[in-house]
Ligand binder design. Sequence first.
Ligand code: APR
Ligand code: PHB
Length: 390
Amino acid sequence: MRTQVAIIGAGPAGLLLGQRLHQAGIDAIVIERRSPDYVLGRIRAGVLEQGTVDLLDELGLGRRMHAEGLVHGGINLGHRNLRDRVDLHGLTGGKNVTVYGQTEVTRDLMEARQAAGAPSIYEAEQVALHDFDGAAPRVTWRQGGVEHELHCDVIAGCDGFHGVSRQSVPSSALHTCERVYPFGWLGVLSETPPVAGELIYSNHARGFALCSMRSLTRSRYYIQCALDDHVEQWSDDAFWDELRHRLDPETAEALVTGPSIEKSIAPLRSFVAEPMRFGRLFLAGDAAHIVPPTGAKGLNLAASDVRYLSDALIRYYRDNDAGGIDGYSERCLARVWKAVRFSWWFTSLMHRFPETGEFGQKLQEAEIAYLVGSNAASTALAENYVGLPL
Ligand code: APR
Ligand code: PHB
């Protein structure tokens, strides 16, 4: 088998890249370890920057997003039993974010790929990357006991943090930076109306809480939890009680609770691998970098990587010009590090850190009070939240 671009992973990064290459007339095959249902079963964040919305629109994938997505012009910060709004729209000269779940983005991409007749291989076992340091890379995998081989010009490693692509690069050729945070997020999805019209990020002495949503009838809530907590320890009632404690009294009063339809714990990490290119292998999305979910930058960074990588590949194939692929890593990393910084800052501001005690809590409260009272400080938050320019 032969293709131009072998894409490893059918998450948002791999599927977005596949769609953009398909639109440009470049052949690609997506190779995914799991089944489509498994991929769609993963619940992730759901806040799209304008640049991500634009990319989906350009790919002809905006119909459902515009019909069902919720456009938000602000977020709320909870602190000291108060709730203050940051006017994203007003502070950024008219920019908004769109609340539309990653699951829905992935579903739209999968359907578009299928409708276009573009090839995807799901449930590929033992995916392995070969010879990407030379001119003739290959990918092999097993399926139904049979070994398959794909020859290609380029491999796009879009297989997430635990994928095989980054791990295939010799460790001497990659530099990694990592910060693991001393807590996790316990998330609950419920068929209940959201407690407020816009997201609430709440700093509380008992720990961080986030009120988010998937639609006007489906809510997503998170509370900061201990790293060694298990979901089984958290009954629905215990979750709702703890969430109420961490919200201002008016919001707590308005909270509508119901049975959880999904409950999970995720660790928080910042991670960057550099460079994002090794020979003919290009990393994109979570395969190259992870941010903690505070601020919902993960999917948006995957989308900006894909824009840069697809631009570079289109230039390479159409104009026979390797300038874009040579500059890919540097271009991505400049934006990635800014989002890593923002996500780290927002995480540090909103969570309880075991080692900082009351002093740390007071500093956070002072910073949030400053932030909501200062046009300059809230503009800095707003322009990062809606997404820095591409
Ligand atoms: N071979 C093939 N596919 C693999 C392999 C492998 N060895 N390992 C992992 N995969 C697949 C995973 O099953 C998954 O479907 O790669 C895909 C990677 O998808 P994501 O983890 O969603 O990563 P990405 O597409 O970069 O999306 C970034 O997703 O994780 C969130 O917060 C993140 O929102 C961000 C977005
Ligand atoms: C979510 O809705 O899951 C979500 C929203 C905003 C975040 C993180 C997660 O910052």
